[in-house]
Design a protein around this ligand. Structure first.
Ligand code: NAD
Length: 357
C-alpha cells in the first residue's frame, strides 16, 4: 500500500489521474493538494471533497511548511507533481506566475520532500520514496517537418515562458537526484486531451465554441503539428514510471499521433456534425450550433494571427517507456476524440461554470 501526494489534482490531468488511481489502487492513501487557481473546476473540487477515500487540501506548492507537514502527517512515500500554470498564451502575457509556480513551487516541493523524508531516516519505508515531475514535450522546442522525433536525450530548447519554466523545473528535479540522492523520475508528455480539460486549450475551446456558434480561432496557417495523447493513456504511463521507472530517469509519454491543427479541427467539426445528425434532440439543447440547423460546423473556422514564438511541430520518440516499462498502445485516436466530444456535449454545466461571464 502506498501513500501518494498529488499536487494540482483539481486540474485537468491531475483530476483524471486521481480518478484513475482510485479505480486501480483503492487501498492506497491519497492526499490531493491544489491552490484552486482559475484552472481548477468547482465541480471537480466538489467531487474530490465528497470522496471519503482521499484527503483534499486547498494549498499552494510554494508553501513549504504545509507541503512538509502533509508529507509527514500522511506518511507520503510518493509525490506526483502536476501543479503548474499551463496555458502558453497566458505565459506570454504574464510570465511571472509561471516562474512562481512552475519553478519556485517545484523547488519548494523538492525541498519539502527531501526534508520530510530525510527526517524519517533512510531505512524508513524500506527506503522507498519517489518524487515524480510531470513535464512536457515543449521543453525540447520545435521540430522541422522531417526531423526525427525528440528522445529523452534531445537538448532542451524551450520557446515560450511556459516551456522555459517547465524546463527549469526539470533541471532542478534532476539536480536534486544528482546532488542529494532524492529518488526522482520525470515524464515529458505530448498534448493531452480528454474530459475535464479547461476550455482554453485547443480541443475543448473548439468544442464549446462550436456548440455556442462562436468562431473557431486557428493560429497562423493551421499547419502546426501536435502529437496527441489521451489523458487516460498518460495516467497509465505515469503509473508505470512510478512503479518501475529507474530513479533519476526521464520517460517520454506519447501515442505517436501527430496531426496538423487544421486537420484536427476539421475532424472535430465533422464528428460534431455527425453526432447532431444521429441525435436530433441535441438541436434544442444547443440551438446556436450550426449543426443544429444542419449547417457544417467547419464554417465557423477563422484563421487568426499566429502566437509569438509558436513552435511548428512536436513529436515524441516513446521507445524507452515502451521497451523498458511496457507501455502499450492506446485505443484509436478517433474513438478517444469521439468519447471526448460526447463528454463535452453531455456536460455543459461543467464548462459553462468555467467560462468568463
Ligand atoms: P491545468 O491547468 O488543468 O491544472 C493545473 C492545476 O494546478 C490547477 O488545478 C491549478 O489550480 C493547480 N495549481 C496551479 N498553481 C498551483 C500552486 N501554486 N499550488 C498548487 N496548485 C496549483 O493543467 P493540466 O493540463 O492538468 O497539466 C498538469 C501538468 O501536466 C502540468 O504540470 C503541465 O505542465 C503538464 N502537461 C500538460 C499537458 C497538457 O496537454 N495539458 C501536456 C504536457 C504536460
Amino acid at each position: 500500500m502506498r501513500s501518494l501526494l498529488v499536487t494540482g489534482g483539481a486540474g485537468f490531468i491531475g483530476s483524471n489521474f486521481v480518478r484513475y488511481w482510485r479505480r486501480q489502487y483503492p487501498a492506497d492513501r491519497l492526499t490531493v493538494v491544489d491552490a484552486l487557481t482559475y484552472a481548477a473546476s468547482p465541480d471537480t473540487v466538489r467531487e474530490l471533497t465528497a470522496d471519503a477515500g482521499l484527503n483534499f487540501v486547498r494549498g499552494d506548492i510554494r508553501d513549504g511548511e504545509l507541503m512538509r507537514s502533509l508529507v509527514t502527517r500522511h506518511a507520503v512515500d510518493t509525490i506526483v507533481n502536476f501543479a503548474a500554470e499551463t496555458h502558453v498564451d497566458r505565459s506570454i502575457s504574464g510570465p511571472g506566475a509561471f516562474i512562481e509556480t512552475n519553478v519556485v513551487g517545484t523547488h519548494v516541493l523538492l525541498q519539502s520532500a527531501l526534508a520530510a523524508w530525510a527526517s524519517r531516516g533512510p531505512a524508513a519505508n524500506g527506503g522507498r520514496w519517489r518524487f515524480h515531475q510531470v513535464s512536457t514535450d515543449e521543453v525540447y522546442g520545435s521540430l522541422g517537418a522531417t526531423e526525427p522525433a525528440f528522445t529523452e536525450v534531445s537538448p532542451y530548447r524551450p520557446s515560450s515562458p511556459y516551456a522555459a519554466s517547465k524546463a527549469a523545473a526539470d533541471h532542478l528535479v534532476r539536480a536534486y537526484h544528482t546532488t542529494y540522492g532524492l529518488d526522482v523520475t520525470i515524464s515529458n508528455c505530448s498534448n493531452n486531451f480528454g474530459p475535464h480539460q479547461f476550455p482554453e486549450k485547443l480541443i475543448p475551446l473548439m468544442l464549446v465554441n462550436a456548440l455556442q456558434g462562436k468562431p473557431l480561432p486557428v493560429y497562423g496557417d493551421g499547419e502546426n503539428v501536435r502529437d496527441w495523447l489521451y489523458v487516460e493513456d498518460h495516467c497509465r504511463g505515469i503509473d508505470l514510471v512510478l512503479s518501475r521507472g529507474r530513479a533519476g530517469e526521464t520517460y517520454n509519454i506519447g501515442m505517436n499521433c501527430e496531426q496538423r491543427n487544421i486537420d484536427l479541427v476539421h475532424g472535430l467539426c465533422r464528428e460534431l456534425d455527425a453526432l447532431f445528425a444521429r441525435e436530433p434532440e441535441l438541436a434544442s439543447r444547443y440551438p446556436q450550433a450550426p449543426a443544429a440547423a444542419g449547417r457544417p460546423t467547419a464554417g465557423l473556422i477563422r484563421f487568426v494571427p499566429d502566437r509569438p514564438g509558436h513552435d511548428r511541430r512536436y513529436a515524441l520518440d516513446t521507445g524507452r517507456i515502451r521497451s523498458e516499462l511496457g507501455l502499450a498502445s492506446g485505443r484509436a485516436f478517433p474513438d478517444d476524440l469521439a468519447r471526448t466530444i460526447a463528454w463535452y456535449v453531455a456536460n455543459s454545466a461543467w464548462w459553462e461554470s468555467l467560462q468568463a461571464p
